[in-house]
Design a protein around this ligand. Structure first.
Ligand code: FAD
Ligand code: MLT
Ligand code: ZN
Length: 475
C-alpha cells in the first residue's frame, strides 16, 4: 500500500491528523467512538468490491446531529478532510477515503424517530439499516419504497446520498419523490433543517434535493423523512427463461400492458449472470438453461385478481413463444430463492477475480448492446462479460471479470464504454453515483455548463472542500 498509488490524483492541501485533533475528538465523543488503531480502521478504508483503498487513521462515530455539527465545524476550521460513510456498500468508491480523510461513520445514528401509520411517513436517523426500517414498517402494514441486494447493511443515509434505485423503482419511483424531508449538516457545521413530513411544500427552493444523490460532497445527511407505501396484501413472483433479448423487450412491453398497476418489478439477467450465482454461490435455479432470464413481480391488494392477471399474462407470452419456460410462486421461501438468484449476482461476481463494473442507463432498444460489443472487443482477455439489471428502468449493469487487474485491459474498456454510452445518449451512472471511479468521465453525461454549475454549488456549500474530496466532480 503506497501513498501515491493513484498517479493522477494528488492529495489536497489538507492538514494531517495530529494528537491535538484526536484529543478534541476524544473530548467530544469519548474513547470508544473514536477509532485510531490501524486494525480497527481497516474495514472503513476499503470498499465493497475492494477496488478503492485509503489509509485513514481516524474513524469517528457520532450519535447525534449536534456531534456531527461540532465535528464538521472543527474539521472545517482545521482543514481536515472528511469522508462520510454509511453501510460502505457503495460500488463507485465514494464511501472510502482516498488518502487519509477522516471517516465519519453514521452507523450509531440508528434511531427511528416516528412512524405515522396513516400517512405512512417514517422519520429516522441516517444510520438506520434499510432492512431494519423495512421490517419495522412491515409490522405496521407499511414498507420502505426501495429495496436492494445490500439492504442488510446499507443505511438510509447512504441510500439517500446516492439516490439509490434498486429493484422496485419502476413501481415506487426514485428517492427524489419518496424522501419528504432531510436534516443535513453543512461543511461548516450549520444544521439545515428541511425535515418536512409533508407531501406538498412549495415554500421556496427544494433544498432537500441538493443532498439526494450528492454522495456526501455537499453535506452530511443526519435525518430523513421517507414516505412508506402500504405493504401489498398479495405478492407473486415469476422467473422466466427466454431465448433472445428481443424476447425480453416483448415480455417487458406485455408485462407493462397486461399487469399495469400490479407490476412492481421487472428485472433481467443473462446466462453468464445466472451462472455467477449457480457456480460460485451454489444456488439452484428452478427452471432450465436459457440465454436470458427475467424476474417479474406483482404486488396488489387482491390475490384472486392478481393471480388471474398474472396467469393471463403468462399464458399469453408462453403460447406466443415469447417466453420459453417459467415458474411462478407466492410462497415466501420460493420467492426468496428466486430473488436470491438476482440479488446475489453482485456478491457472486467477487469470486471471479477483479471486476470492471459499469452501471449504465440506455434507451430501452439499446439496453443490451454494450454486452456483446464488449465481449467481442475483449475476446479472451475477459473471463466473463455479463449483463443484468433493471430492464423496467432502462438500467443495465455491465460487469467485466478478469482474473486480476490489468492496465492494458482497462485501456481497452475505458473510455470506450463511456463513449459508446454517450453515443446512445445514455448515462454513465444510472443509480450507483459517480464516487471516486467516474469523475473524469462525468462529461460524457453532463454538459460543460452543468458541470461548472455543480462546481459553483460545491464552492458555495463547502468552500474549503473538506467534504468527500476527489469524489463526484472532476478536478
Ligand atoms: P455508503 O456506501 O457508505 O456511501 C455511499 C455514498 O454516500 C458515499 O459517497 C458516502 O460518502 C455517502 N454517504 C453515506 N452516508 C452519508 C450520509 N449520511 N450523508 C452524506 N453522505 C453519505 N445501488 C442501487 O442504486 N441499486 C441497487 O440495486 C443496488 N444493489 C446493490 C447490491 C449490493 C449487493 C451492493 C453491495 C450494493 C448495491 N448498490 C445498489 C449500491 C449501494 O448499496 C447503494 O449505493 C447504497 O445506497 C449505499 O448505501 P450505504 O449506506 O452503504 O452508503
Ligand atoms: C444490482 O442491481 O444488483 C445492483 O445495482 C448492484 C450491481 O450492480 O451489481
Ligand atoms: Zn442495480
Amino acid at each position: 500500500l503506497t501513498k501515491d498509488r493513484y498517479p493522477n490524483i494528488k492529495r489536497g492541501d489538507y492538514a494531517e491528523l495530529n494528537q491535538n485533533h484526536l484529543d478534541y475528538f476524544h473530548g467530544l465523543l469519548g474513547q470508544n467512538r473514536v477509532l485510531s488503531d490501524p486494525s480497527d480502521c481497516e474495514m472503513y478504508n476499503i470498499d465493497f468490491i475492494k477496488g478503492v483503498r485509503g489509509y485513514s487513521q481516524c474513524v469517528l462515530k457520532p450519535q447525534t446531529t449536534e456531534e456531527v455539527s461540532k465535528i464538521l465545524s472543527f474539521c472545517n476550521q482545521h482543514r481536515l478532510a472528511v469522508c462520510p460513510q454509511g453501510g460502505n456498500t457503495g460500488l463507485v468508491g465514494g464511501s472510502v477515503p482516498v488518502f487519509d480523510e477522516i471517516v465519519l461513520s453514521t452507523s450509531l445514528m440508528n434511531n427511528i424517530i416516528s412512524i405515522d401509520n396513516i400517512s405512512g411517513v417514517v422519520v429516522c436517523e441516517a444510520g438506520c439499516i434499510l432492512e431494519s426500517l423495512d421490517d419495522v414498517l412491515r409490522e405496521k402494514g407499511l414498507m420502505m419504497p426501495l429495496d436492494l441486494g445490500a439492504k442488510g447493511s446499507c443505511n438510509i443515509g447512504g441510500n439517500v446520498s446516492t439516490n439509490a434505485g434498486g429493484l422496485r423503482l419502476l413501481r415506487y419511483g426514485n428517492l427524489h419523490g419518496s424522501v419528504l424531508g432531510i436534516e443535513a449538516v453543512k461543511a461548516n457545521g450549520d444544521v439545515i433543517d428541511c425535515l418536512s413530513t409533508l407531501k406538498k411544500d412549495n415554500t421556496g427552493y427544494h433544498l432537500k434535493h441538493l443532498f439526494i444523490g450528492s454522495e456526501g460532497t455537499l453535506g452530511i445527511v443526519t435525518k430523513v423523512a421517507v414516505h412508506g407505501p402500504s405493504k401489498p396484501k398479495s405478492l407473486n413472483l415469476a422467473l422466466l427463461g427466454l431465448h433472445s433479448f428481443e424476447n425480453i423487450l416483448q415480455t417487458y412491453e406485455r408485462a407493462k400492458n397486461d399487469l399495469s398497476e400490479i407490476l412492481s418489478s421487472c428485472e433481467m439477467m443473462d446466462e453468464r449472470s445466472l451462472d455467477v450465482v449457480t457456480s460460485h454461490l451454489k444456488l439452484k435455479s428452478p427452471i432450465g438453461d436459457f440465454p436470458f432470464y427475467m424476474v417479474v413481480e406483482t404486488s396488489g391488494s387482491n390475490e384472486k385478481h392478481d393471480e388471474e392477471k398474472l396467469n393471463a399474462f403468462l399464458e399469453g407470452v408462453m403460447s406466443e413463444g415469447i417466453v420459453a419456460d417459467g415458474t411462478v410462486t407466492n410462497e415466501p421461501g420460493k420467492m426468496r430463492a428466486i430473488w436470491d438468484l438476482r440479488e446475489r449476482i453482485t456478491e457472486g461476481l467477487l469470486h471471479d477475480g477483479y471486476l470492471f463494473k459499469y452501471d449504465i442507463s440506455l434507451p430501452i432498444k439499446e439496453f443490451y448492446s454494450l454486452v456483446p460489443k464488449m465481449k467481442e472487443r475483449l475476446g479472451s482477455d475477459a473471463s466473463r462479460v455479463s449483463g443484468y439489471g433493471h430492464i423496467g428502468d432502462g438500467n443495465i449493469h455491465l460487469n467485466i471479470s478478469v482474473p486480476e487487474f490489468s492496465p492494458d485491459i482497462l485501456k481497452k474498456v475505458e473510455p470506450y464504454v463511456y463513449e459508446l454510452t454517450s453515443t446512445y445518449k445514455g448515462s454513465i451512472s444510472a443509480e450507483h453515483g459517480v464516487g471516486f471511479r467516474k469523475p473524469p468521465y462525468i462529461h460524457y453525461s453532463k454538459s460543460e455548463n452543468a458541470i461548472s454549475l455543480m462546481k459553483d454549488l460545491k464552492k458555495m456549500m463547502d468552500p474549503n472542500g473538506i467534504l468527500n474530496p476527489y469524489k463526484v466532480l472532476p478536478s
